[in-house]
Design a protein. Sequence first.
Length: 640
Amino acid sequence: MLDLMRRHARSWLIKFALVGIIVVFVLYFGWPGGDDAPRNYVAKVNGAVITDDYFNGIYQNKLAEFRRRFGGAIPPGFLEGLNIKKKLVTELVNRQLLLQEARRLGLVVTNEDLQAGIAGNPAFQRNGIFDNYTYEAFLREVSLTPTFYELLLREELLEDQLVRLLTDGVKIDFEQVRKLWAFQNDQLVLSVLLVKPEEKKEADVDPKALEGYFAENRKKYQFPAIVDLEYVVFSWRDIAKGLPVSDEEAQDYYANHPDEFTTKERVRARQILLKWPEEFDPTKPDEERVEGLKKKAAEILARVRGGEDFEKVAAAESQDEATKGKGGDLGFFSKGTVEPAIEAAVFKLEKGQVSEPIMTKLGFHIIRVEEKKPEEPIAFELVKDKIVDLLQGEMARAMVVNVSDAFFEKVWKTLDLRGPAQEEEFRFEVKTAQSLSKTSGIPDVGKGSKLMEEVFDLEPGQVARVKEGDNYVFVKLLNKKPERLPELAEVRQAVVRDFLSQLAVDSARRKALDIIATLKKNLEDWEKTAQQFGLSWERLMPVTRMAPFVPKLGKGRELSEMLTALSTSEPLFLTPLPLTEGGFAVVRLTGIEKADPAGHEAEIEDLAKKVESFRRGEFLDGWLRGLKAKADIEITERAE
């Protein structure tokens, strides 16, 4: 919105501090004051405080943004992972330092600057001209007075002056940018030795080494907490089964909902379809091609209207592979199930009539009506069972909450499922499940995290109720065993399997390192070294240094390091590259196909802008770090 945001949209200034701050100013509090500010604060910057209220207002605004982004609830652990409070305090401190430094340097925002900032804001313009009504309407919408908004805008413009003063002198060497573009776009020709893990046998296992491996990785084999429980699960569908519905009630529903029990008018037809050529776009008509296909359709229409058998012509001329073998038979269809253009034409035809050529996105259709069935009611006897099911469902949905409450009241009072479940008004089946973990879920219910959290919060003998979708689940915990670390004998088979796999990986890594060490001694003996280790070089398709994925090598940080490290002077990558399917690759550069910058000036210009923006950001960050080193900054525990 503001000029600073428009001109420095990629700078760190708006990554956190500026986004939403104006709205927060409106909804909560002004910029923190000096000596008169309250003593409850999260930070103090050279004597100016950032109050608790001010900070919490911005923080709550950010939470609202995240809730909107996630459709309501923020995922557990998300905020903790971002460490959002600490980052927010840092950004607010940075902002205060910027304003203080701008004032120290004597930068000012004149009334003329302010007026230009307001008048030049597209949000306040109509047809490119400032409109005072639009301006005032905006301020009312965000609950800002003109005086307070202008105060905020002065601060934004002051920051803008400081940013321009500091960064306008940051320049880039365009020739260096061209070299960077070439570096990113050169094609690397790579050859690789793929060192696959060799299968290890249990006879290769040293008992002491296995015990050491198990001791280091014991937590990996930890037995999870498990529970035994009784449970009852039901939904409105279970209640619906026994609910009585009289013939009179079913008849009344049938009479009052005729549209639900009426078959629509239907037509059975045949078609001859002439398709557009594959490269033709019917949304951008080519008059010549349209007329050409339409002329051919007219010729075929003349043949069938002249007496030729429609089915035989369809079999010979139609380009609809699904129907031409059936003489173009489309079967019965009703309104709303075919192309609107076809529907509009066909339902006006009588039996035996043939349509004019109909244009659709597929091509031209010629349709003949074979049979018509009018709209007619379905006999009550044919839909009675469906109506009964429907009415039972409506009654059951209305009753299920009350049934659930009544059942849970008895369960909660007695801490018993079986007694209430056997009562006449319920007749629910009580099921048992043993050795369930948090991830295993409950049979016939599911693995809902809310349900399993509830279950594992219970103590033996306690009961709980959880709604999972349409289901109401009532649980009684019978027994709970806490998680525990196993003894080797309990998980030996899995440990041996993993240990052998690790031995194979370690062996492959050592072999790859031996190959690299041998090659370093004599870089010219590529083939001899490969033969020495029983391998052969494989040449890969050329790739750029920016490639996120390389066939046979996969993806990841190590791949990126390899692609940027290789050069004609250092053609061997000195680290074995781990492979996705297991094993390691020894990689060497065999050539570089140079990228030609001709014709790519727009890409290079865009790269130059990114480099300049990055360097300006780096300069600002460095300058701010120096400013903070000299500042008196206090951050309280409230900011944690």
